[in-house]
Design a protein around this ligand. Structure first.
Ligand code: PEP
Length: 254
């Protein structure tokens, strides 16, 4: 279960959040938890999660390692600060900041080669869904990644995907469990074509888009859904803890 704080929280707020969260999720066995913090409070999240199973991650980075790229942060810089995971190609990066499939693919390749675990976001807009081109869009985004990453050359544990329909992000509108399973099942099928069956089985694929404690269970029980990427509902400790603990109960049942 992954918390994407987006552009929220000051250092003190990050510290208080982690302090409050850790005891609340201490019984959640079998669930990997990651917090994707803004760069400014990432060192604090790294510090306060050290010696715990919670991973500290960044929301973005640039694929070059150093140089004249004002405003950017590189993979070695993230590793230097102690981050182990990074979101790549979030729809807000693609839609607001114009990140292309090629840039997302280069970032993914650099994360993998640097030893950072990328969570690669893919998903269609409302217009694309309504026009029946959801799969064309999503499969194109996935295929683009593997123009830069050799699926046969990395293990499935080296990359995570998140299916995040753009129309469901921050809108309160969630994909139906069937739609989430349909898209994620097809992504897994495509990963099988690109990297083989065992690669496809190993890759974790998350759903993201207006997940809340009240709507998560039906999505998480879907066959191919391995977890959630949570924006709004991760900003409050209580709701994120509920999502993590709910996922732990779900994993007990399976
Ligand atoms: C996200 O930021 O990846 C996300 C899914 O946001 P929200 O949960 O607010 O829709």
């Amino acid at each position: 279960m992954a918390a994407n704080w987006k552009m929220n929280k000051l250092i003190r707020e990050a510290e208080e959040y982690v302090e409050e969260l850790l005891p609340k999720i201490s019984g959640a066995e079998g669930v990997d938890v990651a917090i994707f913090a803004p760069f400014t409070c990432l060192p604090e999240v790294v510090r306060s999660t050290r010696d715990t199973a919670v991973l500290a991650g960044a929301q973005n980075f640039y694929y070059e390692d150093s140089g004249a790229f004002t405003g950017e942060v590189s993979a070695p810089m993230l590793l230097d600060v102690g981050a182990g995971v990074v979101i790549v190609g979030h729809s807000e990066r693609r839609e607001i900041f114009g990140e292309t499939d090629e840039a997302v693919a280069k970032k993914t390749a650099r994360a993998v080669s640097a030893g950072l675990l990328p969570i690669v976001c893919v998903g269609e807009t409302k217009e694309e869904r309504d026009a029946g081109s959801m799969w064309e869009k999503v499969s194109g985004q996935v295929r683009a990644v593997f123009e830069q990453v050799d699926a046969g050359g990395i293990g499935g544990e080296a990359i995570v995907f998140a299916y995040e329909p753009v129309w469901a992000i921050g809108t309160g509108e969630t994909a139906t469990p069937e739609d989430a399973q349909d898209a994620i099942g097809r992504i897994r099928g495509l990963l099988g074509e690109l990297g083989g069956e065992s690669f496809a089985e190993e890759v974790r694929i998350l759903y993201g888009g207006s997940i809340k404690p009240g709507n998560v269970d039906d999505i998480m029980v879907q066959k191919d859904v391995d977890g959630g990427l949570v924006g709004g509902a991760s900003l409050e400790v209580a709701s994120f803890a509920e999502l993590v603990n709910g996922a732990a109960m779900g994993s007990d049942d399976s």
